[in-house]
Design a protein around this ligand. Structure first.
Ligand SMILES: Cc1cc2nc3c(=O)[nH]c(=O)nc-3n(C[C@H](O)[C@H](O)[C@H](O)COP(=O)(O)OP(=O)(O)OC[C@H]3O[C@@H](n4cnc5c(N)ncnc54)[C@H](O)[C@@H]3O)c2cc1C
Length: 134
């Protein structure tokens, strides 16, 4: 029996965990880690600042989703991956794995563009050929 660890509980991580369970059956252990307890429908984040959606409208708790698929869910941040020895570190706990899926998503590095730090209040507006801004 192999132990598969998935880091991330959103589009890539949750899909990986559920698809692995569906395709592999129940002969292998699947553990999904996410630092958030919820699946977040990221594309709808854009509606939050305009009050068109609330956070509860675009999030779904991961625990019942994982439980239904018999995927173990641990809501914790992975702080280290020690690939040579095949284990991940989560605070003061280590978890060994046979296979690891890293689905932690992108991270913005605003400071890479001069003037575009998080507190700069800069709005990037590009004018397209048909006149619509995006
Ligand atoms: C406003 C907006 C609109 C978008 N619209 C579209 C669209 O219309 N169509 C489209 O295809 N895409 C769209 N995207 C892009 C799409 O949302 C992303 O491509 C998608 O969210 C990436 O999914 P992911 O699972 O790879 O990463 P993420 O959604 O970023 O999820 C990362 C996961 O990893 C977890 N995680 C991260 N670090 C750790 C750690 N150290 N330990 C444990 N867990 C960790 C997080 O908790 C989270 O569960 C949009 C994005 C934005 C911001």
């Amino acid at each position: 029996m192999a132990r598969i660890i998935v880091i991330g509980g959103n589009f890539a991580g949750l899909t990986s965990a559920l698809e692995l369970r569906r395709k592999l059956g129940h002969g292998h252990e699947i553990i999904m880690f996410s630092k958030s307890p919820n699946f977040l429908f990221v594309p709808s984040l854009i509606w939050l600042p305009f009050g068109k959606r609330q956070l509860k409208d675009i999030t779904v708790p991961l625990k019942p989703l994982a439980a239904k698929a018999r995927v173990q869910f641990i809501c914790s941040e992975i702080t280290e991956i020690l690939a040579k020895d095949r284990f991940i570190r989560c605070g003061d706990k280590d978890f060994e794995y046979d296979y690891l899926i890293i689905a932690t998503g992108p991270e913005w590095i605003f400071d890479q563009i001069t003037g575009l730090s998080l507190n700069s209040n800069v709005v990037v507006y590009r004018h397209s050929r048909n006149g619509a801004g995006n």
